[in-house]
Ligand binder design. Structure first.
Ligand SMILES: *Cc1c(COP(=O)(O)O)cnc(C)c1O
Ligand code: SF4
Length: 354
């Protein structure tokens, strides 16, 4: 049974004053921790990085001035309740607002955990019409909430509708089930995806700490990958969870070994009640720079920020361009990852050079 109240939680953990004084609010996500994840927590460590992600504290009740319930302006970019079209060639469909476990750092808390449930037939039909009318859309993120809270039959029907509308649309399954409750990933579920094979699926998951990569999680991810569904990971950079190069190095290397490509490392969004999780960008850049020295290109995630007021995603990384050429024949000056300098001469494009 999942844990959903502080009373239940007290039977597993000795709660700190900060945890006991948490007040649920309309902008917070519900308390819900799966049995699987509960077993991973270290009951003797109040600052356990896994505990921090799922046990609420009074720090959530503090909203800082620059925070917003919807910094990415998803509502403004929505078509109907459930379809977000922010980037030209891809959309996000909010299959449900429910998750098997709620992350205290959830960036979509304006929507997540309001107990509205799965998208309705008319939400799905509306999205299908929109997809048909907009062939420039090449990818759809099936997200939420966690889409795998739907039954295999519900997913089959929803995906069937999307495939019928747009057989060539790449679908990303965005889910934290491999972390929160890996037993949800069954051969039956994978078979359902395989039966809709007119276009690829991608698994997008969210491991934030190496201890989350349990044997059960690895098995869950392997079911996808063995079925030809590539797996990508999107971590969130979280203070007190993974805000150091050693933890992220281990996480990324272990993910790669499990055939999960570290895709993004997100700077925390400016969402209400999450300030205590955010890492200063200068510190994030230091970590990024250190990771780039230690990790292979395959294991290296892109550190990105999704800018406020719907500005969109941008890469955050150190500057390797020290000087641009000042004339056509000039040379570039670069900084190497180790901090040395090198220059690169541009090709001569003048007609007499040929
Ligand atoms: C992040 C995001 C995407 C996907 O962006 P990628 O950079 O391609 O991973 C699509 N739609 C919305 C609304 C997003 O926030
Ligand atoms: S799994 Fe995703 S949508 Fe659900 S609470 Fe966590 S971050 Fe939010």
């Amino acid at each position: 049974m999942a844990i959903t109240t502080l009373e239940q939680l007290k039977q597993h953990l000795e709660l700190t004053q900060d945890e006991l004084s948490w007040k649920p609010s309309p902008t917070s996500v519900p308390l819900c921790i799966t049995e699987h994840y509960m077993r991973l927590l270290d009951p003797s460590d109040p600052s356990d990085p896994l505990r921090r992600q799922v046990v609420p504290t009074c720090h959530e009740n503090v909203g800082s001035r620059s925070e917003s319930p919807d910094p990415l302006m998803e509502v403004k970019h929505s078509h109907g309740e459930r379809l977000i079209h922010r980037y030209m060639n891809r959309v996000a469909f909010l299959a449900t607002d429910i998750c098997p476990m709620y992350c205290r750092h959830c960036f979509r808390r304006r929507f997540t955990g309001n107990m509205m449930g799965p998208a309705s037939e008319s939400d799905i039909a509306g999205a299908c019409e929109y997809l048909k009318a907009n062939p420039q859309i090449k990818e759809m993120l099936l997200t939420g909430g966690d889409p795998l809270t739907l039954s295999d039959e519900q997913l089959d029907s929803m995906i069937g509708s999307f495939r019928k509308a747009r057989p060539n649309l790449i679908i990303r399954i965005c889910t934290r089930y491999p972390v929160s409750q890996p037993s949800r990933i069954t051969p039956h579920l994978i078979e359902m995806f395989r039966s809709h094979s007119t276009a690829p699926f991608y698994l997008m998951t969210q491991f934030n700490h190496p201890r989350e990569l349990t044997d059960e999680s690895i098995r869950a991810v392997s079911l996808f990958v063995d079925a030809g569904i590539p797996a990508m990971n999107q971590s969130v950079l979280l203070r007190g969870v993974n805000d150091n190069a050693d933890t992220l190095e281990e996480l990324c290397n272990r993910l790669l070994f499990c055939r999960v490509k570290p895709y993004y490392l997100f700077q925390g969004d400016m969402v209400v009640g999450t300030e205590y999780f955010r890492v200063p960008i200068r510190r994030g850049l230091e970590i990024e720079r250190e990771l780039r020295l230690r990790l292979s290109g395959l294991a290296m995630p892109n550190y990105v920020a999704d800018l406020p007021d719907g500005g969109g995603k941008i890469p955050l990384c150190g500057n390797y361009i020290l000087q641009e050429p000042d004339n056509k024949k000039g040379s570039w000056l670069f900084r190497t990852p180790e901090g040395e300098t090198r220059s690169v001469q541009d090709p001569d494009l003048s007609p007499q050079a040929y």
